[in-house]
Ligand binder design. Structure first.
Ligand code: SF4
Length: 281
């Protein structure tokens, strides 16, 4: 089968998600794609990486899914927008890969994070993978923009120890310009997680001139503080490590000249979250 061909020639593990990966599943038949999406028995993955320390507590193994419905101007991994840029992997194979690290992850108080792309584009696969990891006794985290949060059942949420929820902006029109999507489904998912007392780390990417409107940041902070389940806020400084991908993919990149925020700006944003009573770094 064509996906087997891709798996044989591209290792599942990558040095980092900044490795450009395209067309690994482009010859997978449409019926196979549909079946994978419907059953979750298989899913499209960009790669597995190990040793991450920023995608949840402790040292993490991260599975990066391909496929995203948003088009964030600052996206670091636009190759993960297209699902079939990833390779089609059976859920059992992904869990087998994770099993290699199970013992080490426990020793290092780490766990497994499912990121992307947007993992909930393949919500059946995400639920099976996270459920399988949890059943292995591994701490599980889901990094998501929350837009398809309603696709997970309450039972499936219980298998996720931590949600890394990306809130990109507050003002609806700024959010639409930045991501191409409405903000409300993300906020609805955040409220649902709060109602179910599921732990959340909120992530806010800080881009000078784009997401550094402090009225917006204050609103995000007040919203997060009001939820009661946000354990930590990560202010993530924008960087240009994914810039080359836009060029290679031939997609217009509007942030080519954008600079990362200086430490003063990062500190100021962190302080807004702290002032709202949140733990922020
Ligand atoms: S939600 Fe994430 S993967 Fe999707 S476009 Fe935005 S930054 Fe990229």
């Amino acid at each position: 089968m064509s996906d087997t061909h891709a798996v044989q020639h591209t290792p599942l593990d990558a040095k980092s998600p900044y490795e450009l990966r395209v067309n690994l599943g482009s010859d997978v038949p449409e019926t196979t794609v549909r079946s994978a999406l419907a059953t979750g028995d298989m899913g499209f993955l960009h790669s597995f990486t190990t040793g991450a320390t920023v995608d949840g507590p402790g040292v993490r193994v991260v599975a990066w899914t391909s496929g995203c419905m948003w088009r964030c101007q600052y996206c670091h991994n636009p190759d993960t927008w297209t699902m079939t840029n990833g390779m089609l992997i059976p859920v059992a194979r992904a869990l087998e890969e994770l099993d290699k690290y199970r013992h080490g992850l426990k020793v290092m108080s780490g766990g497994f994070t499912l990121s992307g792309g947007e993992p909930l584009m393949q919500h059946r696969f995400a639920a099976k993978l996270l459920g399988g990891a949890k059943a292995m006794g591994v701490h599980t985290a889901l990094d998501t923009n929350g837009y398809f949060g309603d696709k997970l059942s309450d039972g499936e949420l219980e298998a996720i120890d931590l949600v890394l929820l990306d809130i990109k902006s507050w003002d609806p029109s700024r959010h639409r310009r930045l991501t191409g999507a409405e903000i409300e489904p993300t906020l609805t998912f955040a409220r649902r997680l709060a109602g179910r007392h599921r732990p959340v780390w909120l992530r806010y990417v800080l881009v000078p001139g784009l997401t550094d409107n402090f009225t917006d940041i204050e609103h995000v902070a007040a919203f997060a503080a009001g939820l009661g389940n946000v354990e930590r806020v990560d202010v993530l400084p924008f960087h240009q490590m994914g810039k080359y991908k836009w060029k290679q993919l031939g997609i217009e990149y509007t942030l080519g000249n954008a600079e990362p925020p200086d430490q003063q700006l990062v500190d100021k944003a962190v302080e807004v979250f702290r002032a709202a009573g949140l733990m922020a770094v």
